[in-house]
Design a protein. Structure first.
Length: 520
């Protein structure tokens, strides 16, 4: 056992060093590229272009880079990693965001010549009187802060380089007129992101100032960018933070007046890395570690994500086990209606991709309710886990010799007593190994709950990546934590499996129980 643990630790260290070496090599790769400001974005037509899914960039890529291969990603962070690894030659982004990326990650630069000019605005629900009234009120506030110079001050703070000024004070918010629920993406610098464990950014600053002046409370809901409009249309939320104004989006949402005028630019590998060339491997590693975990107490984000993941996983395991067991008990005696229900339930749940089921529950079935994303995730995983438990119990009981039931009846045991004292203990060793694997799979599957505004472990890793623009340590930390959680659950269920195996029980204790039942 000790040898195995030592070997495992050594292997882990070797893998980490190899991975770190690969990251450093990837980050050093762009050093021979062309200076970003000495070329035109037109020269990248025909090369591999990264595009954010669900954004205006898709149309821009098709229009201005028709000869290029377009590769789609879910965040700027993923685009950054792909660019540094050489998987793409450039990627599209909002100019202010690319400026922030370059400040945090000097290996990535952007061409100053804009591809297009764009208006940015908040989006409200369309064809909704309450939402239209809120949009009109918001527009009046925008007109006021544009006229008195406040908007320029906000832009100066969040588009500038002085980090000390980038603070949003939410302490004075009072819900005298109710609470506004705003959809945002917490990895979208400089518009909306997490700093020191708090929501900040250009958009958040404007929203908080508006709520303070108008007497609203504020609740921020974090989702992927591509999920903002579906989340808004679900009716649960009042509006979303900034996005590009397009004719197609105008058909779906009601835009406010522009909150920022900018444009779309092209991020490319930086040309001049001389200031980074003298840094050692150890310096690079320690700096990356500090940015990921220490700076702004970002380790707290991982802890928060772990707790959310554990909550969803444990509740889903408990409720799913109970659900699967109840379905099996309903079908055990051959009830036709119960059997048809069980078959339809398993067919429907197991035949649908987990992420699709999750989004249907959140954006359609529970769209008009106040139920939280965590609760929806628990319901979704309970259904999936319950269908698996039903199948496992059914196969485990089927592996027990029918003669055991007949013998129990001959001894005068009732139906339920026979099942719980004779059949189920013998079936448990057959289905517990599969149950253990299902539990571990469930924990890993919870990584998709970020689609429904849940800040679990994976989502927190994405938020940190959105701040550091580095993939290695956030992803490795998330992977290691999942390994640990899975290992703990394997150990717990392994103990249960060992305790349930009749071969491991004391013979005298078994005989003593039999003699007691004989006396009864």
């Amino acid at each position: 056992m000790i040898r195995k643990k030592v070997f495992g630790c050594m292997a882990g260290v070797v893998i980490m060093v190899m991975a770190l070496s690969g990251i450093v090599m990837a980050e050093s790769a762009p050093s021979g590229s062309t200076p970003a400001n000495d070329v035109s974005w037109r020269e990248y037509n025909g090369k591999k272009i990264g595009v954010l899914t669900g954004t205006l960039f898709e149309n821009v890529a098709k229009q201005y880079f028709p000869e290029s291969e377009h590769l789609y990603f879910n965040s700027n962070t993923d685009c950054n990693a792909a660019l540094l690894a050489g998987k793409i030659d450039a990627f599209l982004g909002d100019e202010p965001s690319l400026k922030m990326i370059h400040a945090e990650q000097p290996a990535i630069d952007y061409i100053r010549e804009r591809i297009t000019d764009q208006d940015y605005a908040f989006a409200f629900r369309k064809n909704d009187d309450k939402s239209a009234a809120l949009c009109a009120e918001f527009n009046d506030y925008l007109a006021k802060i544009k006229a008195d110079g406040t908007m320029d001050q906000i832009a100066d703070i969040w588009m500038g380089a002085e980090e000390d000024r980038k603070v949003v004070d939410m302490s004075a918010l009072t819900p005298d007129r109710g609470t506004i629920r705003v959809v945002t993406t917490s990895s979208d610098m400089p518009w909306s992101y997490i700093k020191d464990g708090k929501n900040v950014g250009y958009d958040i600053d404007i929203i908080v100032r508006f709520c303070k002046e108008k007497g609203y409370g504020l609740e921020l809901i974090d989702v992927d960018f591509s999920a903002r409009i579906p989340a808004l249309q679900s009716g649960k939320y009042d509006f979303t933070t900034d996005m590009n104004v397009t004719d197609e989006r105008k058909e779906q949402v009601l835009f406010s007046d522009p909150t920022y005028k900018g444009g779309i630019a092209l991020a490319v590998p930086a040309a001049d890395l001389e200031k980074e060339a003298g840094r050692s491997f150890v310096d690079e590693t320690m700096d990356s570690f500090e940015r990921t975990f220490i700076r702004e107490d970002r380790y707290k984000l991982f802890i928060s994500g772990v707790l959310t993941t554990l909550l969803i996983s444990l509740l889903s395991i408990i409720f799913g086990t109970a659900l699967g067991f109840l379905i099996y008990m309903g079908c055990r005696r051959g009830n036709v209606a119960a059997d048809l229900f069980a078959r339809a339930f398993v067919w429907l749940v197991q035949g649908m991709p987990m992420v699709v089921l999750l989004m249907i529950l959140y954006y359609i079935i529970f769209a008009k309710t106040e139920i939280s994303g965590v609760a929806v995730a628990v319901i979704a995983f309970t259904l999936v886990f319950g269908s698996g438990v039903y199948g496992m119990i059914k196969s485990g009981v089927g592996a027990v010799d029918p003669g055991q039931t007949e013998a129990a009846y001959a001894l005068g045991f009732g139906d339920l007593r026979t099942f719980f004292t004779i059949i189920l203990p013998q079936a448990a060793p057959h289905f517990l190994p599969a149950f253990k694997g299902e539990v571990v799979s469930l924990v890993k599957a919870t990584a998709i709950v970020g689609y429904v505004a849940v800040q679990d472990l994976t989502r927190m890793g994405d938020i940190v990546r959105g701040r550091t623009y580095e993939a290695f340590f956030p992803l490795i930390a998330v992977a290691v934590i999942y390994f640990i959680l899975g290992g703990i659950l394997r150990l717990v269920i392994g103990r249960m499996e060992k305790a349930a195996d009749p071969k491991n029980k004391d013979r005298e204790a078994i005989l003593k129980g039999v003699r007691r039942r004989d006396r009864d």
